[in-house]
Design a protein around this ligand. Structure first.
Ligand code: FE
Ligand code: FE
Ligand code: ZN
Length: 279
């Protein structure tokens, strides 16, 4: 079996090198982190020495691509221009900063249309991406599939497909799937994961998945709620998660946990999944 890149969301408050060391200590070979303060939005200065040490450790331990998660406050399709402007600036700056990082993919929640309607939301997000992505040489940018709660865009694959199709330079644009979100949105990742992958290929197009979040679901299929459970403590279960992680159609992708855990809990989950798969 090929190398499986398995990790979790970690803090980079103490630097990238500290984060990669933490990842190594829990048996991870990828990780995810916030591009900046997830609720505020302040950004740290680039520390090239820290990044060089990160790169070195990633090479030494055979890490797969990292995932860089945008802050939650970034809403490209808000009904307020000031919020949209903030979001576009964050997107621009954070995508620009990607060039300093090793192999990494940027991902964001498409946004909430806050009552303007999905069509308006999709068009605002598409416009913002067209403004920021001006050629095909940038980093991979992923829209996260959502549970579809409230006025969230991205609970339906069609919405993500429309955005990608509307962006002129969409070569490096794709989707980050989240097992909890897909399940909550009504896609049966437990009993028919192959069918879900077929649906993604049909609606969004093949080769567009750039990362995976592995979370169990506190609620049921199609609930449109977003409550992550620890692996094996929700309605998806360890069996299905292990099958997803080892699915050969997802080979080479980074799989990251976003379960309600501290480091020790993540270590247990990673071991549990690796034991189940036998890798
Ligand atoms: Fe997310
Ligand atoms: Fe997620
Ligand atoms: Zn979630």
């Amino acid at each position: 079996m090929d190398n499986i890149y398995l990790g979790c969301h970690l803090s980079i408050a103490k630097g990238y090198y500290k984060a990669v060391q933490e990842a190594i200590s829990i048996g991870a070979n990828t990780f995810q982190f916030f591009s900046r303060n997830p609720r505020g939005g302040s950004v740290k200065a680039i520390d090239q020495n820290d990044i060089d040490k990160l790169k070195q450790a990633m090479e030494e331990y055979g890490f797969g691509p990292l995932l860089v998660h945008a802050p939650y406050t970034m809403n490209l399709c808000s009904d307020k221009e000031s919020v949209r402007e903030f979001a576009r600036n964050v997107l621009k700056e954070d995508v620009e900063r990607m060039k300093y990082l090793p192999d990494a993919r940027f991902l964001f929640h498409p946004g909430s249309h806050v009552g303007q309607g999905a069509e308006k939301g999709v068009s605002l997000i598409t416009d913002a991406l067209n403004e920021v992505i001006t050629d095909d040489n940038g980093p991979m940018i992923l829209l996260e599939g959502m549970s579809g709660k409230g006025s969230e865009i991205g609970g339906r694959l069609e919405e993500i497909a429309q955005i990608i199709q509307g962006v002129k330079h969409n070569k490096n644009l794709g989707i980050c799937i989240d097992t909890c979100h897909l399940h909550s949105a009504g896609y049966d990742v437990v009993n028919d994961f192959e069918g879900v992958l077929d649906e993604i290929d049909r609606v969004i197009g093949p080769g567009r998945i750039g990362g995976v979040h592995i979370n169990d679901n506190m609620n049921g299929l199609g609930c449109h709620k977003d409550r992550h459970a620890k692996i094996g403590e929700g309605t998806i279960g360890l069996e299905a998660i292990a099958a997803i992680v080892s699915n050969e159609r997802l080979t080479g992708l980074p799989f990251n946990l976003e379960t309600p855990n501290e480091l020790e809990g993540y270590a247990k989950e990673i071991k549990m999944i690796r034991d189940k798969i036998g890798c």
